[in-house]
Design a protein around this ligand. Structure first.
Ligand SMILES: [Zn+2]
Ligand SMILES: [Zn+2]
Length: 159
């Protein structure tokens, strides 16, 4: 899926920041917008370099702190990645991820079936479940084409 993920309206984003006790500033807005503009789950570093043009003096540690504020306010969430740096997600809707194990590309995927699962009522150790996300790990189109060309995986029939 290409294009920008479903986003919160600026008013809703501001409301959530205030509700979490986080002051709305131009910098925080800019970080959120940069994140929201990238559907491929950027790292904090990637967001920082995206912001360089308009915010040349915004230091990386500040971007880290702002990302923390945005996560606390529920505007974004962190997505686990295997060993690599943490990836960020501004898509506010429930969705799953397609993760390429070769290049690390992470795309959103909304599947009615997977997004409609209900959490088990009782979980071990008194754990109270709130949400879930499912990662489907494999090879993206580009990496599977490369692997097919090298004969690492069998050629798929073209549909
Ligand atoms: Zn790939
Ligand atoms: Zn996502």
């Amino acid at each position: 899926m290409e294009g920008s993920p479903p986003l919160l309206s600026p008013a809703e984003a501001d409301r959530r920041l205030r509700a979490a006790g986080v002051r709305v500033t131009a910098q925080r807005r800019a970080v959120y917008e940069a994140l929201a503009a990238d559907p491929l789950h950027p790292t904090v570093e990637a967001v920082h370099s995206r912001l360089k043009k308009n915010w040349p003096s915004l230091p990386l540690p500040t971007v880290y702190r702002i990302v923390e504020d945005l996560a606390v306010a529920g505007l974004i969430r962190r997505v686990a990645s295997d060993g690599g740096p943490q990836r960020l997600d501004a898509n506010a809707e429930r969705h799953q991820h397609l993760v390429c194990r070769a290049c690390g590309r992470m795309e959103d995927w909304t599947s009615a079936g997977l997004s409609g699962l209900s959490l088990p009522r009782s979980l071990p150790d008194g754990f109270s479940g709130e949400t879930y996300d499912i990662r489907i790990v494999g090879l993206c189109r580009t990496c599977s084409a490369k692997a097919e060309a090298r004969g690492i995986i069998p050629k798929r029939r073209k549909s």
